[in-house]
Design a protein around this ligand. Sequence first.
Ligand SMILES: [Zn+2]
Length: 346
Amino acid sequence: MYKKRGILIGLIILLFSFACITQEVYAAVTPSFGARNLKTGMRGGDVQDLQKALNYLGYPTETDGIFGPSTKYALMQFQKSVSLQADGIGGAATFRALNDILEGCWYEVKPGDNLSSLAKTYRTSVQGIMATNGLTRTTIKAGEKLLLTIGSEFNRAYIVQRGDNLSVLAKRFGVSLEKLLDVNSIEDPEYLCIGQQLLIPQSLPSRYNLGSQDESLVIIWPVTSRRITSGYGWRPHPIGGNRQFHGGIDIGVSTGTSVYAAAAGRVKSVGRGWQNGYGNNIVLDHGRGITTWYGHLSEILVKEGQWVTQGQQIAKSGNTGMSTGPHLDFRIKIGDDTIDPLKWLP
Ligand SMILES: [Zn+2]
């Protein structure tokens, strides 16, 4: 009898302590970084949380838990934005800045959670959660930390810099001033602090202002040649003669010429063979819906999923697919829409 009661009391205590522990965890989820300085070459959960934080703030990097060149670059961009020394090393001051900005945004995944259920709870989309956390897969596991804010349908965080004003920012990010004020619950547009976090409504990549370049992405020429043999837009098809829309530019180069990544990013896909006439090709993903395309290649030097830096050689040009002579077909897409690369190329 006593034994049974003992077990019962024990169970009740156990239940209560569980309840308290869970409560505490939900009250304040903190990222795992902070215990040690983080720099190039390091690995771990703290590196991964740092990468998620950078992605969330609009500095895209992989989230593989390995501190590589793209993580260093993203971290330096963040450090610059908050006027810290841009050394690309995660130290106390950097972590303090990140924690100040992201306080209350971390969520620890519970058993049974999935991206759709979280998207519903947070009134956002699976795509939005994946984009802001830099996730490449749709599965999440218990204990994993994610950055979530209610209604963050592709909202991107932006840290206010010296000299910023809201109408210029609205124009720059292609949103209306009213929407910007509304999303950030700002009543007086004059009131803006340096270092303040703003949410920039992004919704879908097609909402990008197609006319002007995204200021955070600088594109360089993928080959040293500037000889355009066929421009962007409507043209008679080179083989067959019917009018066709050309979604890229053809740059005349002999087979075997080095092809460089126009911007840092991740290899989204590589295609070999005919490929609907595009021939051997590479697609690089630069984040926020922007991709660059390289067609008719003779040799591909990267593999899918790999990160590349701007100017890194990724291929050799060629004459594969439907092509009347050796050239590189270079394209820039925002979502599914092509833009004239000459508008972005320096
Ligand atoms: Zn072409």
